[in-house]
Design a protein around this ligand. Structure first.
Ligand code: ATP
Length: 293
C-alpha cells in the first residue's frame, strides 16, 4: 500500500495529578486532568510496498531514539501487525516537545502515528487497544482536548476544554517516569491501600462557576522531584515567586504557568532566564487531530 500523510502531535499538561495507589499489575492508579496544548511535534508518514519501519528524527537534543524503540516506530509496527499489512513505513519526526518533560511527547508521537496510519490506509484495527498497549498516556492523546483521566490512563472522561495561555518552563533535567514512581513507592510502603484523599474535581466541577482552571493543581510527584533535582526546586521557587497559577506536568521535569491573557503570559516569558527554555503556547481542544478525523 502506498500513501503519505502529515500531522501535528500536540503535547499535554496535567492540571493536577494524584497517585491513588499501586495496582496488583504494578501500574499505579492516578487521577488527573489532562489538557492538550499547542506545543507540538510534526510527523510525516509514508507507506510503500516494501521495506520495514524506518525513522528519522530532527531535534530532541539526542534524547530521542531514532530506531525501532521510538514510540512512533512501535506504533507503526503494531498498526501494521494488527491490520495484517506488510510493506514499508517511513517516519519523519520534527521534535519540539522537550523529551522526558512530562509533556507526553513520545506518547503523542505514537498517537499521531496511529491517526495518520488510519488516514492513509482507511483501516482501524483497534486504535484504542493499540494505544493502550503502547503506554498509559497514549489513549488520551489519540483525541486529546481535555479529560479527567483515571485508572492507569484508560478511564477517560471528556470535559470541556479550557481557553487559556500557557508558559512552559524546562529545568533541563531528564526525569524518568519509572524512577519517579519508584521514589513514590519507597515513600509509601502501604501503597496497595488506596488514598481516600483526592481533591481533584469531578468533570462537572472542573471549570465550575467560570473558573479558568481546575480547583487543585497539586501534583504528588512534586515534593519528591524537587528533592532529587535542584534545578526543579529552583524552577518551582521561581514560579512560586512570580506566577499565581502554576504546576508540574506529569512526572516532570517541565512546569507550566497558566494565564487568562496573552499579555500576562508574555510578561512572565520575557522575564524568565533563557536557561529555562520558556515556551509560550495555548490550551487546545485537540491533540492536533485534523478536522476530517
Ligand atoms: P513518559 O511519561 O512516558 O516518560 P514524558 O512525557 O516524560 O513521557 P517523553 O518525551 O515521552 O517524556 O520521553 C520519554 C522517553 O521516551 C525519552 O527519553 C526517550 O528515550 C523515549 N522516547 C521514545 N520515543 C520517543 C519519541 N517519539 N519522542 C520522545 N521520546 C521518545
Amino acid at each position: 500500500m502506498n500513501g503519505r500523510a502529515s500531522g501535528r502531535a500536540e503535547a499535554k499538561i496535567n492540571l493536577g495529578l494524584r497517585i491513588l495507589g499501586r495496582r496488583d499489575d504494578g501500574f499505579h492508579d492516578i487521577r488527573s486532568i489532562f489538557h492538550s496544548i499547542s506545543l507540538a511535534d510534526e510527523i510525516d508518514i509514508a507507506l510503500s510496498d516494501s521495506g520495514g519501519v524506518s525513522i528519522s528524527v530532527e531535534g530532541g537534543g539526542g534524547l530521542v531514539p531514532a530506531d525501532g524503540t521510538n514510540l512512533a516506530c512501535r506504533a507503526a509496527a503494531a498498526f501494521m501487525d494488527r491490520a495484517g499489512l506488510s510493506g514499508g513505513v517511513s517516519i519523519r519526526i520534527l521534535k519540539r516537545i522537550p523529551a522526558g518533560g512530562g509533556l507526553g511527547g513520545g506518547s503523542s508521537d505514537a498517537a499521531c502515528t496511529l491517526r495518520l496510519m488510519r488516514d492513509i490506509t482507511g483501516l482501524d484495527p483497534g486504535l484504542f487497544e493499540i494505544a493502550s498497549s503502547l503506554g498509559s498516556d497514549v489513549p488520551f492523546l489519540l483525541t486529546g482536548g481535555a479529560a479527567l483521566v483515571e485508572g492507569r490512563g484508560e478511564r477517560i472522561t471528556r470535559i470541556e476544554a479550557g481557553d487559556f495561555h500557557v508558559l512552559i518552563l524546562d529545568p533541563g533535567v531528564h526525569s524518568s517516569t519509572a524512577q519517579a514512581y519508584a521514589d513514590w513507592d519507597m515513600r509509601h510502603p502501604g501503597l496497595t491501600i488506596r488514598h481516600s484523599r483526592c481533591d481533584l474535581p469531578t468533570p462537572e466541577l472542573a471549570w465550575h462557576e467560570g473558573r479558568p482552571f481546575p480547583v487543585s493543581l497539586c501534583n504528588d510527584f512534586l515534593p519528591l522531584l524537587v528533592e532529587r533535582f535542584p534545578a526543579m526546586a529552583e524552577t518551582a521557587d521561581r514560579l512560586d515567586a512570580c506566577a499565581s497559577i502554576w504546576g508540574l506536568s506529569g512526572s516532570g521535569s517541565c512546569f507550566y504557568a497558566l494565564f487568562r491573557s496573552a499579555h500576562e503570559a508574555e510578561s512572565l516569558e520575557a522575564s524568565v532566564p533563557r536557561r529555562f527554555s520558556p515556551v509560550l503556547c495555548r490550551a487546545t481542544c485537540s491533540a492536533g487531530v485534523s478536522s476530517n478525523w
